[in-house]
Design a protein around this ligand. Structure first.
Ligand SMILES: NC(=O)c1ccc[n+]([C@@H]2O[C@H](COP(=O)([O-])OP(=O)(O)OC[C@H]3O[C@@H](n4cnc5c(N)ncnc54)[C@H](O)[C@@H]3O)[C@@H](O)[C@H]2O)c1
Ligand SMILES: O=P(O)(O)OC[C@@H](O)[C@@H](O)[C@H](O)[C@H](O)CO
Length: 441
């Protein structure tokens, strides 16, 4: 958007739990490069939109100040699913979370929702103007969700604080829903060296990405906003449909490839999708299980979208690891896969392929020691596991985790049967068994 000529905007970047990115950007005046990899890649570009980078962990008061500043018009957040601190049983803010309670008690806030709510409270008191909060995470209705969590935080304050803040939020803050799509793997040391060779300078904050990018935003802004449409963003009143398509087709296949790939020793998503049987499983999951459960947004051709997703996954230059995509499974499978599972069971169909992905996740959980499982619920999941790790022991044990499977889904014998079937094949017959079973249909 800046490159299109309007230079009135800039970004204050805030890191959350670690100060790494703030430390990398500070000596570079906030400048960083974006390297596209794959067919149609644009030349390396230096991005100058970040005017300052703050460590939210070390300087939470500065975060509150920036949100409250009159000059701030938009607050975006991208903090992963677990960063929202949702209670899986209620879908609202987890009031049992120590960090949420500490933010409510009045310390300089450390949680993402606490920082936003306290920033907005200071903004209300300062009489600064309206502001828009934009979640960019892979969550359905991410704007509505963020609004509900911020309101829940405000409502939990003492009455004298809660009522004026809630009224001010209603009159001055909007939370548009968005869908962001671009595969951006973790930058490696090799990426930094490659950028240095091309640029002639060391960029510690370099970003590597695929050429594809898409940002769909609900046009519901409380105040001024950058003209992102000049740089290709799509403003739409149908963001929910875009988000459902992305989560149930792209992200669901991504998770499926991650867990099948991990079981078969494939390090990257492109390696996993290069295995014909896994490619077939993804195709069939999207076509037979996911597509029938969603209404596509106007202008999106489902068949073409699925084919494009699989060819994006095959990009060998990206190096997106199965370990990274497979992290935080407890936070992702409900949104990406169980939504499809429920849609099919309700319609009387068997979610055969989506169940394969969930079974592969269960196998990953059971085969990974608790200390090595990259998941905020690692302890809870391992506490649920019995000593035996075969299909008949693991599947019912993990189905009993109410943070992930509701009682109705856990009691569905069709789903449990599919999970046990696929788990057993992965566990006892390995890649050859999977190939045979997937190709057999
Ligand atoms: N990387 C991609 O390909 C991509 C593409 C589209 C959307 N997304 C979305 O962006 C989000 C971030 O992805 P990423 O690849 O940058 O992940 P990442 O793991 O590299 O970064 C996650 C960020 O979230 C913060 N965070 C993690 N746990 C937190 C917590 N408990 N509280 C507050 N902040 C927390 C981290 O500090 C970090 O800044 C994803 O969850 C996804 O929804 C990612
Ligand atoms: O970012 P995460 O960890 O929530 O999920 C991993 C990937 O599935 C995801 O980041 C995709 O790459 C992205 O959603 C593509 O737009």
């Amino acid at each position: 958007m800046l490159a299109s000529g309007d230079s009135n905007w800039g970004i204050t970047g805030v890191t959350q739990r670690s100060d790494t990115v703030a430390r990398q950007l500070a000596p570079q005046d906030g400048l960083f490069t974006v390297t596209e990899r794959g067919s149609g890649a644009a030349p390396l570009r230096v991005v100058s939109s970040i005017v300052e980078a703050i460590s939210g962990r070390d300087n939470p008061a500065a975060v509150v100040d920036r949100i409250a500043a009159d000059a701030t018009k938009v607050v975006t957040l991208t903090v992963t699913e677990k960063g929202y601190r949702i209670d899986p049983r209620t879908g609202s803010l987890n009031m049992g979370d120590d960090q949420v309670q500490a933010d409510l008690a009045g310390r300089a806030p450390q949680t993402a929702i606490g920082q936003i709510a306290r920033g907005l409270q200071q903004r209300a008191r300062a009489g600064a103007g309206p502001v828009t909060v934009v979640s960019c995470d892979n969550l359905p209705g991410n704007g509505d969700l963020t609004r509900n969590l911020v309101r829940a935080f405000a409502a939990a304050l003492a009455a004298g604080e809660a009522e004026p803040l809630l009224a001010w939020l209603d009159a001055n803050v909007t939370f548009p829903n968005t869908m962001v799509d671009r595969m951006v793997p973790v930058t490696t040391a090799g990426d930094l060296d490659a950028v240095e060779r091309e640029l002639g300078l060391r960029d510690e904050a370099a970003v590597v990405a695929e050429p594809f990018m898409q940002w769909v935003i609900e046009d519901n802004f409380a105040g001024d906003r950058p003209r992102w449409e000049d740089a290709g963003a799509l403003f739409s009143s149908d963001v929910a449909a875009w988000e459902a398509a992305k989560l149930r087709l792209l992200n669901a296949s991504h998770s499926m490839l991650a867990y099948l790939g991990l079981a078969a020793g494939k390090a990257t998503i492109s390696d996993a999708v290069g295995e014909d049987a896994f490619l077939t499983a993804c195709r069939r999951m999207m076509a037979e299980d996911a597509l029938p459960t969603i209404s596509l947004p106007g202008g999106l051709d489902g068949q073409k979208y699925c084919a494009q997703v699989l060819s994006r996954f095959a990009n060998p230059a990206l190096g997106h690891t199965t370990a990274k995509v497979g992290s935080d499974g407890s936070q992702k499978i409900g949104l990406r896969l169980l939504s499809t599972v429920r849609g099919n069971l309700d319609a009387g169909r068997e979610p055969r392929w989506a169940a394969l992905a969930v079974a592969a996740w269960m196998r990953h959980v059971a085969a990974t020691p608790a200390a090595e499982l990259n998941d905020p619920l690692a302890e809870e999941l391992h506490a649920a596991l019995p000593a035996a790790r075969d299909a008949d022991a693991v599947v019912p044990a993990l189905l009993g985790c109410r943070s992930i499977f509701d009682a109705e889904l856990a009691a569905d014998t069709r789903f449990a049967g599919l999970l046990t079937h696929w788990y057993r094949i992965i566990d006892t017959h390995g890649l050859d068994g999977l190939r045979k079973e997937i190709n057999h249909g």
